[in-house]
Design a protein around this ligand. Structure first.
Ligand SMILES: *[C@@H]1O[C@H](CO)[C@@H](O)[C@H](O)[C@H]1NC(C)=O
Ligand SMILES: *[C@@H]1O[C@H](CO)[C@@H](O)[C@H](O)[C@H]1NC(C)=O
Ligand SMILES: *[C@@H]1O[C@H](CO)[C@@H](O)[C@H](O)[C@H]1NC(C)=O
Length: 275
């Protein structure tokens, strides 16, 4: 009797859960068409009707592996170069202080995962809160023949970064870096080093204020330096110009003063004549 009465309640609970899940449902908007660079991915992940993670970047992954040598005894080293395609299945997780990005392609043969964290609230620190990329994982299988040659040892491998702290950005801002950034990953395949290159990066995994719009940019050091290098000749030019003006002015004043001094004897001779 009690059980039968609780059935509708159970149904209601399930319905509420389903609605709850539905609310958190995710949409991924593919905006890659906005870029002329065919290697650049641009997308926005939306939850509850607003953007919670937005990213633009191109990624290239170098994976060392081995194929049997012609003597059929040794193994020859090879390197696969994998350009992240635009045709990827994208999934994200947007939490309050942790975000994740999973990009899979070729029927999930390859998956690149990027992890972001926001610093734990720490009132003792005066530096203010920031977010960073804390981990990278790349899942691959060298028997998949799009990027790997025949004969590679089979096996699903995971390459993972260690102690990563990249893209450190003040909370509420987006990270931007034109320059290429290199991330080393250690593979489960004989601890080989897989290298991920990220370039033309613009990412914001937290606190996006308005839908589809990056918050204020925080430029990486390389870009800041490049900007300085570009403006430095201008600054030097202005400084040099100012120096020349000052030298000319000093020379002019000096010339006037010495000219005045030269005039004094002439005046004296005049006095002499008068005398
Ligand atoms: C979306 O709404 C769900 C349910 O209300 C909530 O758990 C989740 O944190 C929200 N997501 C974001 C990104 O605000
Ligand atoms: C995203 O858009 C680009 C450019 O229009 C297209 O080439 C790519 O296949 C799309 N990706 C997905 C997953 O649909
Ligand atoms: C995220 O927040 C939860 C509780 O709000 C906390 O337990 C956890 O340590 C936080 N994680 C990070 C990486 O700060």
């Amino acid at each position: 009797m009690d059980f039968i009465r609780s059935v509708p309640v159970l149904g209601l609970v399930l319905l509420v859960c389903a609605v709850g899940l539905n609310l958190a449902e995710q949409e991924v908007e593919n905006l890659s068409g906005l870029s002329n660079n065919p290697d650049k991915n641009i997308f926005a992940i939306r939850e509850n009707g607003t953007t919670c993670l937005m990213a633009e970047f191109s990624a290239k992954i170098n994976v060392p592996y081995e194929v049997p040598s012609s003597n059929e005894v040794d193994w020859d080293p090879e390197e696969a170069t994998i350009q992240l395609p635009r045709d990827t299945e994208i999934k994200g997780k947007c939490w309050n202080n942790e975000s994740e990005l999973h990009l899979s392609w070729l029927d999930k043969s390859y998956t690149l995962k990027l992890f972001f964290v926001k610093d734990a609230q720490d009132s003792t620190k005066s530096t203010g809160k920031s977010w960073k990329m804390s981990k990278v994982q790349f899942l691959y299988d060298p028997t998949e023949r799009t990027y790997f040659k025949a004969g590679a040892r089979p096996g699903k491998h995971t390459a993972t970064s260690h102690h990563l702290s990249l893209m450190k950005t003040p909370v509420g801002m987006s990270y931007e870096c034109e320059a290429s950034e290199r991330v080393s990953l250690i593979s489960s395949d004989q601890k080989k080093t897989v290298v991920l290159f990220l370039s033309e990066v613009h990412i914001q995994p937290f606190d996006i204020k308005s839908d589809f719009v990056f918050s204020e940019d925080y430029k990486c050091l390389t870009d800041q330096r490049k900007q300085l290098e570009e403006t430095l000749p201008l600054i030097l030019g202005i400084t040099l110009g100012l120096a020349i003006v000052i030298i000319l002015a000093v020379y002019h004043i000096h010339h006037k003063m010495t000219a005045n001094q030269v005039q004094i004897p002439r005046d004296r001779s005049l006095y002499k004549h008068m005398g």
